[in-house]
Write a protein that binds this ligand. Structure first.
Ligand SMILES: Cc1cc2nc3c(=O)[nH]c(=O)nc-3n(C[C@H](O)[C@H](O)[C@H](O)COP(=O)(O)OP(=O)(O)OC[C@H]3O[C@@H](n4cnc5c(N)ncnc54)[C@H](O)[C@@H]3O)c2cc1C
Length: 382
């Protein structure tokens, strides 16, 4: 079956759905192809915070009611060093730019409801004629029928393991990769959430606890990739480590409902465009979770691409990659800075521990340093 559309969007994650919503609300025809089924996409738990800049994307488009209703504003951020609490009022320090707590699966459910038609379980997606003025996407639907979509543009929003980036000739891309040599064991638990997002530096390693709804918490424990296997840790040991590193002997516990490993790595593919294909979100860049920028960068890419497509502006489309990469590298630098501060505080090397401590103390001693931190946490409009 052959059909035409203005924009073929590959992937129904935060980037693809935000792009589709912004385009459709501006009368631009698009088709969204998603490899997984709807319930998998709706239930995938990952990020938890929309930074202020990302919330503005929906507010500016008149979509706050559909996407942000009821999402609590972030208030304080708690950072502990060897159990001693320190608080940062990020919204005030950033000049009144609060982030909102929006679990990724809730955001995706709301986006799906607002977008409407998404073609789930589209397999064998292939991208062709990218350098021509009429690129094509072929795929197979769940009934086994083959489809061909002729379009003006393709948005590759299919995450790190998707097909879009690999459709660009390797000679056209420069890849930057960095392994931070840090692992996180992350556990979702039916345990009461902390009052504020909590990150703890300790000589035993980094730990964190974030709210995931009213009754659940996501916990993180740093581990050494290659020499430790946290999946082999008994739950009692994980709770002991959380109490120790959070400096909270009375930490309320509950059953773990999910366990995952996150290896801290960074990845950027440049440029984020080839012919009529534009990459957005994790398809083009991966960032460590420190600073919580992964989902927010995906949304920012989608907004920048939507603006260029809605304006039907060759100049804006030509500027898309550079604009997104500038924002991405800014976030990568912040994320690396933050990663070093909270992880080096626990490593054996005493010199790096001292540097991490100096970095930490500067945040609470110097108002300009705290304001710069808050500015990056809130997300910048560039
Ligand atoms: C454990 C974990 C914790 C995280 N925590 C945070 C956090 O606190 N804050 C934050 O901002 N970010 C966080 N992130 C990162 C964040 O989840 C991602 O940056 C975000 O999901 C990127 O959105 P995306 O739309 O670019 O890609 P994705 O969410 O990966 O969506 C891509 C979509 O494309 C689909 N797809 C893939 N291949 C194909 C194909 N061939 N054909 C069709 N469809 C395809 C996929 O099924 C998927 O639905 C975390 C990630 C993980 C794994």
């Amino acid at each position: 079956m052959r059909e035409t559309t203005r924009v073929a969007i590959i992937g129904a994650g935060p980037a693809g759905l935000t792009l589709a919503l912004l385009l459709r609300r501006n009368g631009i025809d698009c088709v969204v192809l998603e490899r997984r089924d709807r319930s998998y996409v709706e239930q995938r738990q990952r990020a938890g915070v929309l930074d202020h800049y990302a919330t503005r994307i929906f507010e500016r488009a008149g979509l706050a009611g559909e996407i942000l209703t009821g999402a609590p504003l972030e208030t304080l951020l708690e950072l502990r060093w060897d159990g001693a609490p320190h608080f940062l009022d990020v919204p005030s320090l950033s000049g009144g730019r609060p982030s909102r707590i929006v679990p990724q699966q809730l955001l995706v459910r709301r986006l799906l409801a607002a977008v409407g038609d998404v073609r789930f379980e589209a397999t064998g997606v292939a991208l062709d004629d990218l350098a021509s003025s009429r690129p094509r996407v072929t795929y197979t639907d769940p009934d086994g029928s083959s489809h061909e979509l002729a379009c003006s543009y393709i948005a590759g929003c299919d995450g790190f393991h998707g097909v879009s980036r690999g459709s660009i000739p390797p000679s056209e891309l420069t890849i930057y990769e960095f392994d931070h040599r840090i692992g996180w064991y992350t556990m979702l638990a039916d345990a009461p959430p902390p009052r504020y997002p909590l990150m703890a530096v300790s000589e035993h390693g980094y730990a964190a606890q974030f709210a995931r709804g009213r009754e659940a918490s996501r916990f993180y424990l740093q581990y050494r990739p290659g020499s430790e296997d946290p999946f082999a840790w008994p739950d009692d040991y994980a709770w002991d480590q959380l109490r120790l590193r959070l400096g909270d002997p009375a930490l309320a516990t509950g059953p773990f409902t999910d366990r995952e490993i996150v290896e801290m790595r960074s990845f950027v593919a440049e440029p984020m465009a080839y012919g009529r294909l534009f990459l957005a979100g994790d398809a083009a860049h991966i960032i460590t979770p420190m600073g919580a920028k992964g989902m927010n960068l995906a949304l920012s890419d989608a907004a920048t691409l939507a603006e260029a497509l809605i304006a039907d502006s060759p100049e804006k489309l030509a500027a898309y990659s550079d604009a997104c990469l500038a924002r991405t590298w800014d976030a990568q630098e912040f994320s690396r800075w933050f990663t070093e501060m909270v992880h080096d505080g626990g490593i054996a090397d005493p010199f790096r521990r001292k540097l991490a401590r100096a970095r930490f103390e500067r945040l609470f001693r110097s108002p300009p340093a705290a304001a710069a931190f808050a500015d990056l946490m809130s997300g910048t409009d560039h």
